[in-house]
Design a protein around this ligand. Sequence first.
Ligand SMILES: [Zn+2]
Length: 171
Amino acid sequence: MKSMGMDLKIILFFSMVLTVMAFLPKPALSGHTDALLLSCMDYRLVDDTERYMTNRGLRDKYDHVILAGASLGATTDKYPCWNQTFWDHLDVAIKLHNIKKVIVLDHRDCGAYKVILGEDFAKDPGKEKSVHTDKLSALASRLKEKYPGLEIELLLMDLAGEVEKISDHAN
Ligand SMILES: [Zn+2]
């Protein structure tokens, strides 16, 4: 009887170890990932952004750079350090993870657009879209110039988390 109790303890111990192992974070496959995402810092869309990327099958498969205003943050003359931060991170992402694609995700009712450009574009959704298209396109052309091999995707999210593709001015 005593030895059966011992066996049971051993079985319990190993099943506990296996259970713990199952919940440990899996070591990521180092070396490369698919994409780099540039998004705004807006707290309202953090979960929507994660959900959007997950729905695309990109969960845990992208590097993420966050700058207020996303494309505007990366291009505005008002915050040259932010521009540099974006390019430095992109460079590291390419060297470290061999990323092939940059996804730029702007969003509507963006406070950074309001602060940097001095206008509340959210009042006029048509104009808002065209201002975002301008800034996204400006970043896209700089990206193409610096890294001609990179695939570029330009997106605009609304406050409900819906995402629309934006066509580059140059295309
Ligand atoms: Zn924003």
